[in-house]
Design a protein around this ligand. Structure first.
Ligand code: C5P
Length: 251
């Protein structure tokens, strides 16, 4: 298992498990948000919207602020191509990156190996390599349309097991899947959970949400939080409020 990039979650503060989704194509907006959130969150998630607009230079500029990066580019291609993408990503020294688990065993094995080899070559700590299972935008009918006759949770569990067997460090999943996965897959496999909403925040387009404290209590390792922080009138205050709520709950 590619565990050398992992951290002991018992040794970090609860708010350091939060990765803020900077879903914006605007580098200046992203930089100003990231600066204001430093010390209040564990890191920054950069996805396709940011990366397509701002590129590796944009990611380097955010990383230069000293915040760990979750590079959420969800690679899905033939093993050789994904391995190459992971090697290129390694130059940005991300804390975490992800691939689609439905790309299959060989693709995930190649990704995990490339992450370790490239990090060694670059003198970096290997990133956590995380699998995307079933997108939470897909329900049973969507799965049937793409030829998968299974409940989403069954398919998530199957792909999580395959991701683990292929050497990945964890998966992205919804909070409602955390307990079942944890029971199946053991304590060390990282569960990264989006769809987080404090009680005081709007749900936006997320349908099934849990609070930050409940997500941690259910067994999530990392929380991905976007708009409750980034769209707040004062993002730093919102992040602080979440950090306070988490520490009250945990201490
Ligand atoms: O603003 P919000 O907190 O809803 O942002 C959640 C982030 O997590 C977004 O970047 C979204 O793309 C991502 N995400 C998600 N649900 C998934 C996988 C990723 O919301 N199943």
């Amino acid at each position: 298992m590619n565990s050398s990039g992992s951290q002991d979650l018992n040794k970090i503060k609860p708010f350091e498990r939060i990765f803020v989704a900077l879903d914006t194509p605007d580098i200046n907006h992203a930089l100003s948000l990231a600066k204001s959130l430093k010390g209040l969150v564990g890191g920054i998630k950069l996805g396709k919207e940011f990366f397509t607009a701002c590129g590796p230079e944009g990611a380097k500029a955010i990383s230069a602020l000293g915040l760990p990066i979750f590079l959420d580019l969800k690679y899905h291609d033939i093993p050789n191509t994904v391995a190459g993408a992971v090697r290129s990503a390694s130059l940005l020294n991300p804390f975490m990156l992800n691939v689609h688990a439905s790309g299959g065993r060989d693709m995930m094995v190649a990704a995990a190996k490339a992450a370790i080899d490239a990090a060694l070559e670059n003198g970096n700590k290997p990133p956590l390599v995380i699998g995307v299972t079933v997108l939470t935008s897909m329900n049973r009918d969507d799965l049937i349309e793409v030829g998968i006759d299974a409940e989403p949770i069954e398919q998530v569990a199957r792909l999580a097991r395959l991701a683990k067997d292929s050497g990945l460090d964890g998966v992205v999943c919804s909070a409602k899947e955390v307990v079942a996965l944890r029971g199946n897959i053991g304590p060390d496999f990282k569960l990264v959970v989006p769809g987080i909403r404090p009680e005081w925040a709007s749900k936006d387009d997320q349908k099934r949400v849990v609070t930050p404290s409940d997500a941690i209590d259910l067994g999530a390792d990392y929380l991905v939080i976007g708009r409750p922080i980034t769209a707040a009138e004062n993002p730093a205050d919102a992040a602080k409020r979440i950090a306070d709520e988490l520490s009250i709950k945990k201490d």
